[in-house]
Design a protein around this ligand. Sequence first.
Ligand SMILES: Cc1ncc(COP(=O)(O)O)c(C=O)c1O
Length: 477
Amino acid sequence: MKLEASLTADNINQKLLSIEYAVRGPILQRAQQIERELQKGVPKPFPRVVRANIGDCHALGQKPFTFIRQVLALAACPEMASAAVPEDVQQRVREILEDCTQGSVGAYSPSGGLALVRRRVAEFLAARDGVPASADDIHLGSGASDVIKAVLTMFAEQVDGKPSAVMIPVPQYPLFSGTLSELGLVRADYQLDEERAWALQPSELERAHAAASQHARVRAIVVINPGNPTGQVLTRENIEEVIKFAYQHDLFIMADEVYQENIVSKPFHSFKKVMHEMGGPYAGMELASFVTCSKGWAAECGLRAGFVELLRLAPRVLAAFRAARAVMQCPSVLGQCVLDCVMKRPAPGEPSYAQFAAELAAVRRVLAERTATAYHTFNSIPGYFCNPIDGSMFAYPRVDIPERAQEAARDLGLSPDEFYCLRLLEETGVCVIPGTGFGQRAGTFHFRTTILHPRDEFQHMMDCFRRFHLDFLEKYS
Ligand SMILES: Cc1ncc(COP(=O)(O)O)c(C=O)c1O
């Protein structure tokens, strides 16, 4: 006898049904299917799939930093200590294990994270900003996603009979749209200005706020700086404008600053520093700022480590946040070891420094080279436009899609950019994500591609974009 399922699409939490996360969506599923077909010998016009759907540097071939992996190995297995392990690695592991219950990374840590690591985060932030930072304001998480969701959860409450809304950029990283859906929060989209290098326009912030305020209570604003998928780095003036806007409208600022170490040449201004320097009431505003080990030079996505710095929360709010975090026990302690290494890297004169510096220089070189090549290549393809890529690890070019191709897409029930990315995948094996997954101004079409592949693979991908687009134009113009 077949048992009836007790959990059905009708009685599941309905909010889950509306979550979309394009980065691992239908295009990736088709790419995986194609990979299986290739393995079975199904003929294709390309020998392999090139995955450019997700910002995962190690998956694209970046080698782990030796120092980090030596610390991890020794922290997991202290018995392996020997003269062959550099002394600074051994010293780091001794410090970490001293802070672990019974000297084991297998024991739970405090729910906010090991005291040592939170202290190291505070030291890093104070040095970055020249503004004091306290370990008490630091809350570690299993990646930034974990703590972003934890902070958004605090807004999941009606106010004066209205649902709460959170302002998010468009284009945006779909963790935000997906989590807002899951929590039943209203999305208040504000458009980034593609014609002004994806800047935030105060007039657009006002428009979005007014529109959402008709049916919801707007309570927070998310800013992603550097941008994903857009790759811009905000100017200090633009950040000041956002802070003033948030102050005028009594909004809580959520600064997603996870790509702060993935910047090619512009200066990075943290929201915390700018608020502090603006002084007056701005220096007293609440702030949540997010950092992760998945990005930056370490890019240890799989080890799931990040943190939020939460500033100036009301004591009862902070207590509730801590209680909610405590229920989840703690983030991975091995992940916390990575964070410790990222916050306090080998210093000149230490045994691991020379190798660390060489590995860091290589990672920075790749980012500078790929951002420049992607920008020039895309802008040299007819019908493509790409803003300068100042940071992050993506390009988000705009593509003109001929009317006939748009009709073909509609016939298949796809948006034009989905159709474009699907055809690109089927004809070249290159897997990128359509702009629909991030958001774009109506009538414009984009895709997001990661750009940190090894040089040959990257060049192959760039050649594919050009060849495919010219064929596509010929077919549909
Ligand atoms: C803008 C942005 N924020 C947050 C995250 C979350 O990263 P993680 O949870 O791996 O730390 C990502 C991941 O790609 C991202 O691009």
